[in-house]
Ligand binder design. Sequence first.
Ligand code: GLC
Ligand code: CA
Length: 535
Amino acid sequence: MTSDDHWWTESVIYQIYPRSFFDSNGDGEGDLPGITSHLEHVQMLGVDAIWLSPFYKSPNKDGGYDVANPRDVDPRFGNLDDAQVMIKRAHELGLKVLVDVVPNHFSDQHQWFKYAVASPKGSPERDRFHFHDAKADGTPPNNWISLFGGPAWTQLKTADGSAQYYLHLFDSSQPDLNWENEEVSEDFEKTLRFWLDLGADGFRIDVAHGLVKENILTDHHDPQGLSDALRLDVEMSADMRGELLSSVPFFDRDGVHPIYRNWRKIFDSYDRDVMAVAEAWVHPPVRATRYVRHDELQQVFNFDLLVAPFDAKFLFKCINDTLEMLHQVNAPATWALSNHDTPRVASRHGEQASRALALFVMALPGSCYIYNGQELGLPDAELADSDRQDPAFFRTKGLHKGRDGARIPMPWSGENTPFGFSAGKPWLPIPQSWRGLSVADQEKDLESTLHLYRSALAIRREHLVGTGDISWVNRGENDLLSFARGEYAVYLNAGKGSLDIPSVGKLAIGSNSKVTLTGGHLTLPPASSAWIATR
Ligand code: GLC
Ligand code: CA
């Protein structure tokens, strides 16, 4: 497969969190017209596509991942016309558009759930979800724990006195759908066609590994262990985590694959190159390749770099394993350093290391995902608990702070918060300490993270895309990683000391201005990276 075959093989995809991108009407929340009016920023960055987190009708208990109508726009974001205008503008600017699809659950405000609540036990309306009776002692049908903390079941007291429980892997406002019910699959096929007909070029599939549940009436032998193993912020030995994750009854069951084979047929029935990327946290990692077999999806997220330490040997293994694994199914690798669910890369590694890592990763074969604000080097923001909105914070009673820190609105211009994001009060406060990080300020500074990303993506597009595999030269010894690809040599110093490496060619780009190539010597200061044009 060469990069010319498909637009997505080596695409750079920019994730927009609609609520935090740009507010066009002063209500403090980003919206679709706001995105449309600021797409030039995205185009100038040099990416190929945008992916938008949900903007569908939703009570917004989980940032819109609680969908009340997947074929309509929530008024906070605008309306369907605004969506169409946004997609059209993106296409005019040469950007493909991916939208999110959330098939594991609906919101409890979806009319199907309202019907289910109003209908008796055993009714077809209840069969679209997972309704089950309590155990004899009145406790939930099994002992699974929600990914947001607390029990994965909530009991309904309804008029007929049945008091059944319904399953929710996430918040209690997100009832899981029963994928054995044909109406569920039919409804999602309708949703896919709806957005494709409106012009979308594909999808990011939320919790793609979760749709099928097994042993739903059986207790798990270690529910708390399983819940901890599924959380990346809980420390646990790799062996123990591996063992627990090999027995998750609600993730990565074989039954999810026929669903994606059907979806693929829908994608292929369009006369353009439609693609989908799966959010699938699976174990062992090689199971991810099952989602990108030739008749399934085109990409699967690789989350390793979201949690990897800035350590050369670790990074080597993580990158090399991913490349080898996906090679076997002839699917492109995907690389992501940040998203709306994890602490931002600049906070995890610091400014210089995150710039160095981003530059290094952008040279790799495959597809890169950039989360809005990552191109500005934004850190996570400190938030007062009173400002938090993430259900994970509330369901764990504050034990886990949640993901709001990575969802702060974008700073566009000006000296003071809210930095041009909104004429009103932003839904999450933007810290005044972000002064100087706005798009307008970084435009003026040639050494800014914004210029680093722009320059790197321009060189990538012109000289690296389509140049095939990499050949490793340094595999992490002495904190150094390096590889050759096409006519480029790419270096990363992940150590605390400066490295001096004999090198010929021309410095195409360095992660900061202290990276130099003179007299046949490449100088890489601590936490830096470089691309050298060798011919
Ligand atoms: C995915 C989303 C996350 C959401 C969850 C439940 O992991 O990325 O934001 O909370 O699914 O829909
Ligand atoms: Ca708004």
